[in-house]
Design a protein. Sequence first.
Length: 202
Amino acid sequence: MDEKELSLTETPSTDASPTDPQKKKKAAIALISLAVVAVIAVICALLVREYVVTTYIVDGESMAPTLDGGVTGRTDDGDTLLLNMLGSPERGDIVVFTYDWNGVTPHALVKRVIALPGDRVEISDGKLFLNGELLDEPYLKEDMDHFYDGFSVTVPDGHFFAMGDNRNNSTDSRAIGCVPQDKLIGVCFLIASDDGKLRIPK
């Protein structure tokens, strides 16, 4: 048998590459998958933004020097707080809550949690005592004046006691009373400065 006859018996080669319709179908499936992932990501982000994390821009001096409240008269140049809306306040936490009792127009306040239900808070000689022990507060701007000397309260159930780090320039639980837990907006877990720097609250 010569070469010509052998060539007639060879098996024809098969092209395994996908046809144009197959390529288009795969591309369409990939695009649809990406679109679905993008939609899910957006929905998750919206849910997180609505129910888990929110932000608050500090305005004012009541939490100085810990937080920068920006320039007086502006409301958009202070530190931005990232708040965990599902968190439970602990002593020392920086929190934001809605102050809407005592007949005031509802507005948000940022303070530091000092005491929890059952804790006793006392002020004597310009110093703060928690359950009879002098509280160590390295974050304070300055020593507290004596205006609230003799103050004493036991935090009731469902409330917390909060104060500003700038004790001599802060409207807080000394004046407005203990804060109901259901007025809590969120617990701060990250601080973004106006220059973009990030830091963990202390």
